[in-house]
Design a protein around this ligand. Structure first.
Ligand SMILES: Nc1nc2c(ncn2[C@@H]2O[C@H](COP(=O)(O)OP(=O)(O)OP(=O)(O)O)[C@@H](O)[C@H]2O)c(=O)[nH]1
Ligand SMILES: [Mg+2]
Length: 440
């Protein structure tokens, strides 16, 4: 810990104990699309709202610009008959909860928890901050040229290599190329790949699309490549601005969610890609603690930036495997996501925000295996599932000979009492205990 960290946490402690201002703790929740962010936040809010003490209530957002996380609506979907999953989210949103905490001999202190549902696709843009257009293009194109994905990348790659070496800047060509590039990213995502840039092509920011978003990777130094390079620079500038905005800059803690089980099913290439994406997210955290940033803040006479103090990495949908395998899943997550550097507390979990299954012992070919069973969406009978043995480390070649089986889309368990008592889950309490250890 540096003196700067000491100063920051001292200031925070002073604010907490004063009891006068509500201390605000902002927790970023991020993960790629379908990782389980909305289910997680809904379950977390239900768990906190169900606690007898301290008693939390949903709090208004104030005058900020971020849309509100619609907890009631998501919970109502889970509590419906038959239960439904919450709809897809396509932007950032904020969930705020407030509580009053009694403390002996002191006035009660007020606490405000803000959870930010932050698309992981945007986090994947952070590595761009340190790359020029030429460097980024070269590495992106190299990834796209992997033979295994040729059927999906061929239309775009053929278009890009067909452009003349001295191609003039041309708007129509830029638009056509961008469309091909985006369609390709979408197809790659459908095939289970995750490390896809720029993220705002897959998850656009709210509002009208700025003209500089029309770019894609290209080699060479034609006037056309120069146009794309300028647009890339404008894009990177926007990413930088977003990060410096109070919204992101005040994130104290982070929860990174990843659907590791689906990545195991996706096969070797998809898994390697998920690994790269997680490494990029973890590496982005290092950027948040850089000394350069802290010194820049000091010379500007701003308060030092809040530093992310705790990060929880969680493999989601762990109810697809039986209890015996969840330890392996958490260990695998630990091997996939390491934050370099010190000063940040990290922990790794295997969770199910909305538990859909129960464990049971299944006799397969005369051998008992720990399996799960649950109701598949739209079906009445229980379906048994044993997707395979979860490795506790990054799998070697032998693992991929018998790939992990597909994960059925289960229906959430019926919610007692409309969810007012919380949502059946695995591991949410342990994760909250870690992330909020010092405030609750
Ligand atoms: N079995 C099981 N499935 C889950 C769980 N959490 C999420 N899922 C499944 O994963 C899907 C995606 O979950 P969401 O919470 O919507 O994921 P998201 O990250 O918010 O996705 P986007 O809003 O599309 O970015 C759900 O519709 C469920 O099918 C869980 O705890 N258990
Ligand atoms: Mg969502």
């Amino acid at each position: 810990m540096s003196w700067l960290d000491d100063l920051t946490s001292g200031l925070q402690r002073a604010a907490f104990s004063s009891g006068f201002f509500p201390a605000t703790v902002r927790i970023g929740v991020t993960g790629l699309s379908r990782a389980g962010k909305t289910a997680f936040l809904t379950s977390v809010a239900a768990a906190l709202l169900a606690r007898p003490s301290p008693r939390f209530t949903l709090a208004p957002l104030g005058a900020g610009e971020v849309p509100r996380f619609d907890h009631e609506r998501h919970l109502a979907a889970l509590a419906a008959d038959p239960p439904r999953w919450p709809e897809r989210t396509n932007s950032v949103s904020l969930l705020a909860l407030a509580a009053q905490i009694d403390q002996p001999l002191l006035p009660p202190r007020r606490l405000r928890l803000e959870f930010l549902d932050y698309p992981g696709e945007w986090l994947l843009d952070l590595p761009l901050l340190t790359q020029s257009y030429a460097t980024w293009s070269a590495s992106m194109l190299r990834r796209l040229e992997a033979p295994g994905i040729a059927p999906l990348t061929q239309p775009f790659l053929a278009f890009a290599s067909g452009l003349p070496a001295r191609a003039p800047a041309n708007e129509a060509v830029a638009a056509a190329g961008t469309k091909l590039y985006r369609d390709m990213l979408q197809a790659l995502r459908g095939a289970g790949l995750a490390y896809l840039q720029p993220g705002r092509h897959l998850m656009p920011a709210p509002g009208p699309e700025p003209p500089w978003l029309a770019f894609f990777p290209l080699r060479g130094e034609s006037p056309f490549a120069t146009l794309l390079s300028k647009r890339y620079d404008a894009y990177v500038e926007a990413v930088r601005r977003d990060l410096a905005s109070p919204l992101f800059a005040n994130v104290d803690r982070l929860v990174v969610l990843a659907d590791v089980l689906s990545a195991l099913h996706g096969g070797e290439a998809a898994f390697a890609d998920t690994q790269a994406a997680l490494a990029a997210a973890a590496g982005a955290l290092r950027w948040r603690f850089s000394w350069a940033e802290a010194f820049a803040a000091l010379t500007d006479l701003r308060l030092p930036p809040k530093i992310i103090s705790r990060v929880a990495f969680a493999a989601t949908k762990a109810d697809h495997v039986a209890d015996r395998q969840r330890g392996n899943l958490a260990a695998l997550m630990k091997n996939l996501a390491q934050v370099p550097g010190t000063g940040v507390k990290t922990a790794h979990f295997a969770i199910a925000s909305v538990r859909c299954t129960e464990d049971f012992v299944w006799t397969l070919e005369g051998r008992p295996v720990s399996a799960v069973r649950g109701r598949v969406l739209g079906q009445h009978v229980l379906t048994r599932s044993y997707p395979g043995e979860v490795p506790d480390q990054v799998p070697d070649a032998a693992f991929w000979v018998h790939p992990f089986l597909a994960l059925p889309e289960f229906e959430p368990m019926r919610l007692p009492d409309g969810g007012r008592l919380g949502v059946p889950n695995i591991g949410i309490d342990a994760l909250l205990a870690f992330i909020l250890e010092d405030v609750l």
